[in-house]
Design a protein around this ligand. Structure first.
Ligand SMILES: CC(C)(COP(=O)(O)OP(=O)(O)OC[C@H]1O[C@@H](n2cnc3c(N)ncnc32)[C@H](O)[C@@H]1OP(=O)(O)O)[C@@H](O)C(=O)NCCC(=O)NCCS
Length: 131
């Protein structure tokens, strides 16, 4: 398994993963916007590759608001540490830009978020994670 920066050819596979897990936002996840992200901030758009396929992805946003978004691993490949690996690399890349904390919007079960060290912000699906 390899974690690497996403490239334009990965986009259809990534969109497919997001669609399957209901993370896909038609307004933001357009091909041209994703290509722009890859062009401008290649280290904040990562994929996991296995068996010559994209099996996971994650996006980091560094701006007024720092967030980790669209974190996904294909169902067949879940539970093998790929998600943790993606998360750790995106956290590191955000930290290198100067961020200390990131928001993550997720409806993962509490047992899962606790184990991952996410801190619940008390409203909706908002959590933070220390970088
Ligand atoms: C969240 C997601 C990316 C994790 O990917 P993954 O490859 O399965 O994760 P890992 O195998 O690296 O597991 C990471 C950690 O999550 C926790 N975890 C994973 N599955 C869990 C479960 N069913 N229950 C409780 N904790 C769980 C564990 O802490 C695990 O670490 P450990 O093995 O050291 O105990 C994947 O489940 C997914 O794509 N979910 C659907 C999309 C989603 O909800 N994304 C998050 C919102 S952005």
């Amino acid at each position: 398994m390899q974690i690497r920066n996403a490239n334009n050819k990965d986009i259809p596979q990534i969109i497919n993963l997001w669609k399957k897990t209901k993370l896909y936002f038609e307004h933001f996840d357009k091909k041209d916007r994703l290509e722009e992200k890859i062009d401008k901030e290649p280290d904040l758009f990562l994929v996991a590759e296995e068996d010559n396929k994209v099996v996971g992805a994650v996006i980091g946003n560094y701006g007024w608001r720092v967030s980790i978004d669209h974190w996904v691993v294909s169902q067949k490949y879940q539970g093998k540490g790929i998600g943790k690996n993606l998360l750790s690399k995106i956290k590191n890349n955000l930290k290198q830009k100067g961020a200390e904390i990131a928001l993550i919007d997720t409806n993962l079960p509490e047992a899962h978020t606790k184990k991952l060290g996410f801190e619940y912000r008390g409203n909706n699906n908002n959590y933070t994670i220390k970088l």
